[in-house]
Design a protein around this ligand. Structure first.
Ligand code: GCU
Ligand code: CA
Length: 138
């Protein structure tokens, strides 16, 4: 199943501001994290079963540098300095896909800036797990 988690919707937490000044985002805004090492966009996501889940991270980066983030699941770093290339404009949104290990049930996912440039602007994370809907034939 695939579920979308908006960066601006609790229990998600943004170390910065929820902004709406760059169009094209989903939901009611996006996370503009502080331009600092460790500034984070955090999500609480659900997985039907333990195993690998695919995270599709929608972001915009109108600068010219490449930004990078450590990706933590349940507090453990599962990817170091994962890169987010420039999208050309703050109103141009792209999706970066990563595969991460998850537990069955609730998990925290944290995107934590690994340089002083901070994160790109984060719109949402879509999580695809390997679980089948309850009661469906397999
Ligand atoms: C600009 C832009 C912000 C962005 C910031 C950044 O200020 O308007 O949306 O977050 O640059 O460089 O991180
Ligand atoms: Ca920012």
């Amino acid at each position: 199943a695939t579920t979308r988690y908006e960066a601006e919707t609790a229990p998600a937490v943004c170390d910065g501001t929820i902004d709406t000044n760059h169009t094209g985002y989903s939901g009611s805004g996006f996370c503009n994290a502080n331009n600092a090492v460790g500034a984070s966009s955090r999500f609480t996501i659900n997985a039907a079963t333990a195993g690998n889940a695919t995270l599709a991270i929608r972001y915009a980066h109108g600068g010219t540098d490449t930004r990078s983030a450590n990706i933590l699941v349940n507090g453990a770093t599962v990817q170091s300095a994962s890169t987010f290339t420039a999208t050309g404009a703050w109103t141009t949104w792209s999706t970066k896909t990563v595969t991460v290990p998850v537990n069955a049930g609730s998990n925290t996912v944290q995107l934590s800036a690994s340089t002083a440039a901070g994160l790109p602007n984060i719109d949402y994370v879509e999580v695809t797990d390997s679980g089948e809907p309850t009661g469906e034939p397999t």
